[in-house]
Design a protein around this ligand. Structure first.
Ligand code: ZN
Length: 95
């Protein structure tokens, strides 16, 4: 049989775990809505005439000027690469 102190300790631990889970969920929601607080940008990529850097935490992109070697402009979401999905769907139809 468990003592009252053991039961109380478990309740305190459960309450703390629920509080951490709620805090993590709230943080993820804010990051999804507002973007992350501080982007951790990758090295620059050039693809289809655009040069940009991608945040490794949230996936948002920022334009990069290779001549001035500077990141500029606001953060934005890249559209899904539809050509990749079109190739995959035609391969599946052929199979
Ligand atoms: Zn980010």
């Amino acid at each position: 049989m468990h003592s009252i102190a053991t039961i109380n300790q478990r309740q305190i631990e459960n309450h703390a775990a629920r509080g951490r889970a709620l805090n993590d969920a709230a943080t993820r929601l804010l990051q999804r809505v507002l973007g992350c607080w501080q982007h951790d940008l990758s090295r620059p990529f050039s693809h289809r005439g655009r040069t940009y850097r991608v945040c490794v935490k949230c996936g948002m992109s920022r334009d990069f000027n290779p001549d001035a070697w500077k990141t500029h402009g606001p953060s934005y979401r890249l559209p899904a690469n539809m050509s990749y999905y079109n190739v995959m769907s035609t391969e599946r139809k052929a199979a």
